[in-house]
Design a binder for this molecule. Structure first.
Ligand code: DAH
Length: 343
């Protein structure tokens, strides 16, 4: 038995020396180490060995087995690196190159949208939606932005179907990618009776030149409240409470008189902030707001003698930048994993 094990080992080592590629190596493994291989056969022979020789034969058998396994592993490693150098191979057992290949996470804009929805939900606002592909009736006409208004210029909007069709009596409405979520104010007032308290987060599109604070596609959150006796005081209280809830008690915000066709009076809402460490803080414009113009209420079928409303529309990207000190809006839309993993 001992002698035949010596021979087995010698033959195996010699054969292995002649193996040059993985297919041959696998054949060698099957022949010697496989379930029906020579080593197994030798093990089966152990039962015929006289009792007093069994311990020695068993020990030798184990030694040969581990010698063959070690030799196999060494040969496999040598062939593996040789073949990898010879041509491109994919080793699926290799760990990935990306350090960040951990569990994924929700995009920062999705998280901010959810945070905003939650803060406003605590103040009694539900969520409303509208389409991103809009007609000019909802993007402009009912918001008191009549034909000929500069905001309707083709250079300021992404028209999908030619403007002017309806005005020329063809009955065809111009279609566009909405330039503001104020469209959802109109859609909500058309379909619901007051009292109304909704927010509408969503994408908007404008052919703006891309820079650190502008993008051709960005996100707004619209707010609308319609009730009896609402005033500018309700609007400012809501916004200041929102700012404290979202940015913390120390947040500095201000309302600044402004103009929008669909609100009267109108204001702009700013946040005092430094986005980069070391920068001096400055006022960052978050968006507009105001008391819903009675003409808009009327256009949407709500009697302005009975009801009044306030509205606001803020940039979600700007809110995210202010909350998480993100210095450049482009970071939010590029999907660079180094940024996404850090915020
Ligand atoms: N829609 C405006 C814009 O995109 C923002 C805005 C201003 C929304 C005043 C409002 C508002 O609801 O009342 O510039």
């Amino acid at each position: 038995m001992l002698e035949s094990l010596d021979q087995l080992e010698a033959a195996a080592m010699q054969d292995l020396g002649g193996v040059a590629e993985s297919a041959g190596l696998e054949a060698w493994r099957i022949a010697y180490l496989g379930a029906k291989g020579k080593l197994r056969a030798a093990m089966a022979g152990l039962k015929d060995v006289p009792r007093d020789q069994k311990p020695a034969a068993g020990a030798r058998l184990n030694a040969v087995k581990s010698a063959l396994e070690t030799a196999f592993a060494t040969r496999r490693a040598a062939i593996g690196t040789g073949e990898a150098a010879a041509g491109p191979r994919v080793d699926l057992t290799e760990p990935g190159l990306m350090e960040s290949a951990g569990p994924g996470r929700r995009h920062i804009l999705s998280r901010v949208r959810e945070e905003l929805v939650e803060v406003f939900a605590r103040m009694g606002f539900g969520v409303a939606q509208g389409p991103e592909l809009e007609d000019d009736e909802h993007n402009f006409v009912r918001l008191n932005i009549p034909a000929g208004h500069p905001a309707r210029e083709p250079s300021e909007n992404y028209y999908v179907r030619a403007a002017g069709g309806r005005d020329q009596g063809t009955g065809v409405q111009p279609l566009m990618l909405r330039s503001q979520t104020s469209t959802v104010q109109v859609r909500t007032m058309e379909t619901r009776k007051p009292p109304i308290r909704v927010i509408a987060p969503g994408r908007v599109y404008r052919p703006d030149t891309v820079d650190a604070t502008h993008h051709f596609m960005f996100h707004q959150i619209e707010g609308l409240a319609v009730d009896r006796g609402l005033s500018m005081a309700d609007l400012s209280t809501t916004l200041f409470q929102f700012a404290r809830a979202y940015f913390g008690d120390e947040a500095r915000v201000r309302l600044r008189p402004s103009y929008f066709p669909f609100t009267e009076p109108s204001a702009e809402f700013d946040l005092w902030i430094a986005l980069r460490p070391g920068d001096a803080p400055r006022w960052m414009e978050l968006g507009g707001c105001g008391m819903v113009d009675p003409a808009v209420l009327t256009a949407c079928g709500i009697d302005p003698e009975q009801w009044s409303g306030f509205a606001f529309g803020f940039g979600i990207d700007r809110l995210a930048m202010g909350k998480y000190r993100i210095p450049d809006i482009r970071l939010l839309l590029e999907n660079d994993l180094r940024f996404l993993g850090a915020v």
